[in-house]
Every structure is written in C-alpha cells, then in structure tokens.
Design a protein. Structure first.
Length: 343
C-alpha cells in the first residue's frame, strides 16, 4: 500500500483556520485512523542534521562494550543513557494473543516471532523541559553525556529538537483533524519525558538474513517519529494486518480510534545489499535508527478525550491512568524495569 506524504508547510504558513489546512488535518487524521502511521514532510528540517547525527552515533556505538557500559543506568530502567544488546524484549513474544495474531496473518505479511531479546543497542537522550516536581523521578532523570564526545549535547539537541518540533506540529494537526482542540495533545505533552532514542545494531556481528533487531511490537509512547536510517529493515503493519506509527498513549487518548502501530526491524534482503555496499565503500556497519519517542507528561492522567470518550464501553476499556504508571507497566513488560515503582 502506498501511503501519502503530508506536507506540513501549509499549516506552518497559513495557520489552522484556512480551508486547505482543515482539509489537510482531516486527511492526516483519517490516514492515522486507517493505518496507524503517517509520512510527513517538514520544511524546517535539514537532512544534513540527520547525517551529522547518524555519523556521531556510528562512532559512539563502535566503541568497545566496556566503554559504553559506563553510560548504562539499569537502576532507572535504562531510561537515560546506553542499553546494551539483548536487553530489550518485545512483549509480543510472551503474549499468546499476540503470537496467535501473527499466526493468523497471511504468510507474505507475517512478522518474525519475537521469541528472543533484541539484537540492537540503544541510547536514550532526554529532550525538552523536565517537570519541577514529579511522582515519577526515574522517568524524568537527567541525561547521560558520554566521555570523548564534546559535540554530543549539541548534536543530540539539534537533531532531537527538530524531531520534537515536527512531532508537536503533527500532534496539533491530528487534534484538529480529530475534531479536538488544536492543543488537546500538546498541552498534555508539556514537560513530558520525550526521548531521542537512536538504536545501534552491529551488522558485522548480526548481519545474517532474518536476524531480529527489534521484535514485533508497538511503542508505549504517544507518537514515534523516525528520520531516515542508512540501512533498511524497518517494517510497519497497518491495523488491517498489511505491511506498511501512533503509540499506546495516542490509542488511549482517542479511545482506540487510532491504534498503536506494530512494527519490527529485521535483516532483510535489502539490508544485506546495503551491508555489502557499505563494506565495499569502507563505511560503518552499524545500523543507526533516527528515532524520537514523544510522550504525555508522566503526572498527567490519560483517558479518551472529547467525543472519543462518550461510549461507556470505551471508557471501560481505557480507564483513567497516569502516563507514568502506564509507562512503568510497559517497561516491566519489556523487561527494562524491575517491579519496583516510584509510587
């Protein structure tokens, strides 16, 4: 299925009141409802910022494991700093309902069953303002700055702010398209634990076909935004089960009108081709994802908004829950957190 590319320029120049923008917002909301994913073009974003970001992260992940270990913070669920490979688990692999869903898909569209931990590493970098007071301190920790990278904060903040600005604009446009107040989502996102969350996968070590880098899963966040990677391998499923990204928090706020999108990252034939080309040209064999997870602020209560919460059945399915409690439950499920809670 070919998805449309939504150019955000009219919204940025003409504002929310024009007929063109209103139509654009409705089309975006409908696409998100049907597919769970959007492709957007933001004229404020320079791809050179992405290239600079990818190059620095390649150098970071190429370091020996003992150096990267200094940046790990397992005591706060790896929610800032480095996460080593084979730590994250896709919760689908432990849930019979999800595994049965995979079995029921057409063979040509079936994801790999995520029965082992992910081969990817990750680095979490906190973006945006942090709350002055919070019930969920471990989800709002100060960022970790690796040694030997004097440019780290500048590069991470420069690219991360572009992604966060883009996703905030998308949130406003979706709110309008869903017939909510323009700021219905963004006011809940203020001082949230947004994470610039690049992954690094060693393709020299994990370059066999069908190796799972990130098992079939949905994101626990509000909206996930991906820039371009230098290696293919990301597959996204429509809510209909066809290959083709809203997160769980957006699903809660829309009462399931927008479902959390499932996706995986694997070593595909196209990945193998890209690996060979990188080898021939002497480029890095680390696959870096350019990913940011936007969140609802930890202390805000999430529940279906506006008309999406009118049904008693919907309210029963999505009862009020603080975003921090929802995130902690998801972290427990994917084995990043101990059972210990902040509250």
């Amino acid at each position: 299925m070919e998805l449309p590319v939504f150019d955000m320029a009219p919204f940025l120049t003409a504002g929310a009141s024009s007929d063109e923008v209103q139509t654009l917002c409705r089309q975006m909301a409908e696409c998100m409802h049907e597919s769970g994913v959007l492709i957007v073009k933001d004229p404020r974003v320079s791809m050179q910022d992405n290239e600079t970001f990818l190059s620095m992260l390649e150098r970071y992940f190429e370091q020996p494991a003992e150096i990267k270990k200094q940046d790990e913070r397992p005591e706060i669920y790896y929610q800032v700093g480095a996460t080593p490979e084979f730590i994250e688990n896709a919760r689908c692999g432990k849930e019979p309902e999800c595994l049965n869903r995979i079995d029921e898909m057409p063979e040509e569209d079936r994801p790999h069953k995520p029965l082992c931990p992910d081969a990817k590493e990750r680095f979490f970098w906190r973006m945006g303002e942090r709350p002055e007071k919070t019930e969920f301190a471990s989800l709002n920790a100060e960022p970790v700055v690796p040694a030997n990278f004097p440019e780290w904060s500048t590069v991470m903040n420069q690219w991360g702010s572009k992604l966060l600005t883009a996703v905030s604009t998308v949130a406003e446009m979706l709110a309008l398209g869903l017939e909510l107040d323009q700021h219905a989502f963004t006011q809940l996102m203020h001082c949230a634990p947004h994470l610039l969350a690049p992954t690094g996968t060693n393709l020299a070590k994990h370059g066999a076909k069908d190796t799972i880098y990130a098992g079939f899963h949905y994101d626990l966040s509000f909206l996930t935004i991906h820039g371009k990677s230098r290696f293919p391998g990301l597959y996204i499923w429509l809510r209909t089960g066809r290959k083709m990204l809203g997160g769980k928090q957006l699903e809660i706020l829309t009462g399931g009108h927008v479902e959390a999108g499932y996706h995986e990252v694997v070593c595909a034939p196209e990945t193998l081709t890209a690996i060979e080309k990188a080898r021939e040209s002497g480029r890095s064999l680390y696959r870096i994802s350019s990913t940011l997870f936007s969140h609802i602020a930890s202390d805000n209560v999430m529940q279906p908004l506006g008309k999406y919460g009118e049904s008693e059945a919907v309210r029963a399915k999505y009862p009020p829950i603080k975003a921090g409690h929802q995130v902690q439950a998801e972290l427990n499920a994917i084995k990043l957190a101990a059972v210990k809670q902040d509250a």
